[in-house]
Write a protein of this length. Structure first.
Length: 426
């Protein structure tokens, strides 16, 4: 007896008419026709069943704080950092927990079941760290939350190495950093070395805000690749943002990308925030701001898209929708071939799952029975429509549902209803 049987699903890899059998919270079979009794049956009706959405770069300690204590008038990165500094003394643990849990509710509704969130460690009280450790434990039954110890004000600039170490001692999962915010390029490089050595001693992963600037001379990703190679951290290190790469000359990048590939350093671009925050000092031509995603992918580097911010000091919009992130990334990177659009879908599903090291991710026998039924037939249609999440399943149990997105018409001689999915005859 199965716990759940999904019938007639299309999968992101192009297979259609697939049944998925679930028992004990795991997928036990994927095949065109499965004849078995099940406690619950979910008819996909030919629509796409995807592994859950994954966000490998977020700031949950700041989320849903928009307008506190004031709005970012300029919309710039530096004013956002200053505004966060004004907000930190006013934070309470209860409020942090309440906002984070509310965001996790949004995430589940959107089929986003794994998030890597950076948490500021520069406050010696570690208020946000303790709050998010509590949230991580509370949401564990339905959402995987991975915490990054993030010295927002610069680990050397703020003399914050001890509070960062205390955060790791408390159970934070990943070592973070922000070398381009240190006082000098030299101190930035020194912070990369210090933090990578800390990760190596503890056997942890690394995820650094790296070169989130329009300055082509901000080249801390080179140092990050070097330290990864030196310390044998291959496959455990990620560079987030990397926006200076959009301003670097092609000759230098022709050296840099192979160094990243050799060290197996992955990358997370944040399309919504990069297109909003970068290029602020440009008149015209105006730079787009996002890193060189197609070139990184062509070199075999794992690349994901992150949401980064939702209604916080840096960004006033957002709703935990990773298809919105993929949609923006597709446009900013001009990734409009069919293959490239599929890569954009992977950038919010399988790629960030690999970067985070998620266990049992995917739709295959032995994987966790975590998946999302979308009102779309393939990844491109899902991105185009920012498709409704008809059902969200965690460990074989449906934990969220959304009604299909349709519109009623009252036009003579025309259909009474449209669903924005053109017919595919034949």
């Amino acid at each position: 007896m199965l716990d759940l049987l999904v019938k007639n699903a299309s999968l992101p890899d192009g297979r259609s008419g697939q049944d998925i059998a679930v028992r004990g919270g795991r997928i036990v079979e994927v095949a065109p026709t499965i004849a078995a009794q099940a406690a619950q049956t979910l008819d996909a009706a030919g629509l796409m069943l995807t592994p859950p959405f994954v966000d490998a770069h977020f700031h949950m300690d700041a989320t849903l704080s928009y307008g506190l204590p004031r709005v970012n008038a300029s919309g710039t990165l530096l004013e956002g950092i200053a505004l966060w500094g004004e907000l930190k003394p006013l934070l309470t643990q209860d409020a942090l927990v309440e906002r984070a849990l509310a965001y996790c509710d949004w995430a589940v509704a959107k089929g986003l079941l794994a998030i890597r969130t950076h948490v500021d460690t520069c406050d010696p009280r570690l208020l946000a760290v303790e709050a998010l450790l509590h949230v991580k434990k509370k949401v564990a039954p339905y959402l995987d939350l991975q915490l990054v110890a993030f010295p927002q004000d610069g680990v050397l600039r703020s003399h914050g190495i001890e509070s960062l170490r205390r955060a790791l001692d408390l159970g934070v999962d990943v070592v973070g950093g922000i070398p381009h915010f240190e006082r000098t390029m030299t101190e930035g490089a020194a912070s990369v070395k210090l933090l990578c050595e800390e990760a190596e001693r503890r056997g942890l992963r690394v995820d650094m805000h790296c070169d989130e600037t329009d300055d082509p001379l901000s080249r801390h990703i080179e140092t990050l690749a070097y330290e990864t190679q030196r310390l044998g951290l291959h496959g455990r290190v990620n560079g987030s943002h990397l926006t200076s790469m959009h301003s670097m000359d092609n000759y230098y990048v022709s050296k840099l990308i192979p160094l990243m590939a050799e060290a197996q350093v992955s990358a997370v671009a944040n399309p919504l925030i990069n297109i909003t925050i970068q290029g602020r000092h440009d008149t015209y031509p105006k730079r787009r701001g996002m890193t060189r995603v197609p070139e990184l992918l062509a070199a075999g580097i794992d690349v994901a898209f992150g949401h980064d911010c939702v209604m916080d000091p840096w960004y006033s919009l957002g709703a935990a929708d990773m298809l919105e992130v993929a949609h923006m990334g597709l446009h900013v990177a001009q990734m409009t071939s069919v293959a490239a659009m599929h890569q954009c879908f992977a950038a919010v599903t399988s790629a960030p799952a690999k970067i985070m090291g998620l266990d049992g991710y995917g739709i295959a026998p032995g994987c966790h029975a975590d998946f999302v039924l979308l009102q779309a037939r393939d990844p491109v249609e899902a991105i185009r429509l920012r498709a409704a999440r008809l059902a969200v399943v965690r460990r074989g149990k449906v934990i969220a549902r959304t009604a299909p997105n349709t519109a009623a018409l009252d036009l003579p001689g025309r259909p009474a209803q449209v669903d924005f999915m053109p017919r595919r005859d034949g």
